[in-house]
Design a protein around this ligand. Structure first.
Ligand SMILES: Nc1ncnc2c1ncn2[C@@H]1O[C@H](COP(=O)(O)OP(=O)(O)O)[C@@H](O)[C@H]1O
Length: 312
């Protein structure tokens, strides 16, 4: 874990590339260039995927935007474009969502996009349902189409920057993303595999408000030099209690398959960004109360949060 080490510290260690942004200076500009380039990729999808998406309830992208591609924006003139990597259950959604609130950039989770598509009973839903239930990855073309649609919708609302969670998950996705936009930072969250399994099995979602909770109480003592891990359950408020559901892919067999697929398909993506000097490895020291301040510290955002809360 990068504890007690400032950004400048990791710069020295070459964990980060030479283009370290000053978050506080990241000003306003549209991620339109990235969106249009991603949308352009969608246009080269197989006729089947394009047809599925074109038949969907919302237009997948604005064809006119293909002509608007602009050069990559200067980092100083836009908001952060970050990616969260990490195994199922590690907490990508939790920390991505907190950072999204702090930095006022959208948190875009491709798993959520897939679940929304499933819930919509659109043309892709029965195909997606089988894939997700088995813990397999959705095809690159479908996931890129869903993401492109989401980015275009966000752009129409004036969204700036993004924190991606669950994308890219394959080298091919990483290469496509690399071809369309600049990713400033990739935060790789890490936790022991036995804890990941417990966390996935304890995960609960309120089917009314969509809130994410966890009933698992993790208490692992120090052994063979590995540190103690204590994670208190993240219990829902009383009004969500009777509405909790478990994700269909959070069964022991499916979580193990998702972990296997992560190691096979997504771990190479860690190396992809490590070799480009953009990967921040962060070993979670425990639950949110211990991990959040340390993550902010590793991102040199602890001071930023103080200023934000003082201004609120
Ligand atoms: N980038 C992606 N590529 C392929 N499939 C994806 C991607 N993102 C999400 N999915 C699909 O959605 C499911 C749920 O994703 P997610 O909520 O991110 O799960 P996890 O908890 O395993 O990180 C995945 O198991 C996979 O089927």
């Amino acid at each position: 874990m990068l504890m007690g080490r400032s950004y400048a510290g990791w710069l020295d260690l070459h964990i980060y590339n030479g283009n370290m942004p000053s978050w506080q200076n990241l000003a306003l500009a549209s991620p339109m260039a990235a969106i249009t380039r991603l949308a352009k990729r969608v246009s080269s999808l197989s006729p089947h995927a394009s047809r599925c998406l074109t038949n969907s309830h919302a237009p997948p992208y604005d064809a006119a935007s293909f002509r608007l591609a602009r050069p990559r924006e200067d980092l100083k003139n836009r908001r952060v474009q970050w990616v969260f990597l990490g195994c199922p259950g590690v907490g990508k959604g939790t920390y991505a969502s907190r950072l999204s609130n702090l930095l006022s950039v959208p948190h875009i989770a491709t798993g959520d996009l897939v679940r929304e598509e499933l819930a919509s009973s659109g043309p892709l839903s029965s195909q997606l349902s089988e894939i997700v239930k088995q813990g397999q990855l959705v095809s690159d073309e479908i996931i890129i189409s869903l993401l492109s649609k989401r980015l275009v919708a966000g752009e129409a609302k004036g969204e700036l920057g993004f924190i991606l969670d669950g994308f890219p998950r394959t080298i091919n996705q990483a290469e496509i993303l690399e071809g369309v936009t600049d990713i400033d930072l990739v935060i790789n969250l890490k936790l022991r595999e036995d804890v990941l399994l417990e966390k996935c099995l304890g995960r609960r979602i309120c089917n009314q408000c969509g809130g994410n909770f966890n009933v698992a109480s993790i208490n692992i003592k120090t052994e063979n030099g590995s540190p103690e891990i204590i994670m208190a359950p993240l219990l829902p408020p009383a009004n969500c209690m009777s509405k909790l559901i478990t994700r269909s892919d959070d069964t022991e067999a499916v979580v193990k398959e998702r972990l296997r697929i992560y190691n096979e398909m997504t771990q190479p993506v860690e190396e992809f960004y490590r070799s480009r000097g953009r990967l921040l490895e962060f070993n979670l020291p425990g639950g949110i109360p211990e991990s959040w301040p340390k993550l902010l510290q590793a991102l040199s955002l602890d001071d930023y949060e103080d200023k934000r809360s003082a201004a609120a």
